[in-house]
Design a protein. Structure first.
Length: 101
């Protein structure tokens, strides 16, 4: 994943970025109502597992919006990733341990 730096002199949101990065550090959480009415049946028909399918759908949605891929580079300059990949935990019953992907 490559972080594409944003030109602060031309970016229409540069003042907002500066305010929140220098003055008011914060974390943003997004909550959205999502209709997945047909998803359980789709998963069942395809003999799939719900969590990976749902993770794929959410990841595809997030990657479709540049705003959701914004970050700050090593020097603090804003940028956006070409794509972001999900990370989730896999539980191993045999050893009762987890692996993070």
């Amino acid at each position: 994943m490559k972080l594409n730096e944003i030109d602060m002199t031309a970016w229409e949101r540069s003042s907002h970025f500066s305010h929140f990065m220098k003055g008011t550090r914060c974390v943003i959480t997004v909550t959205a109502e999502t209709d997945i009415t047909g998803l359980p049946e789709y998963v069942k028909r395809g003999a799939l597992k719900f969590y990976p399918v749902f993770t794929y759908i959410i990841s595809k949605t997030i990657n479709g919006r540049r705003e959701f891929k914004l970050s700050a580079g090593a020097g603090g300059a804003p940028g956006y990733y070409d794509r972001v990949d999900p990370s989730y935990i896999i539980f191993h019953r045999e050893t009762e341990t987890v692996t993070q992907t």
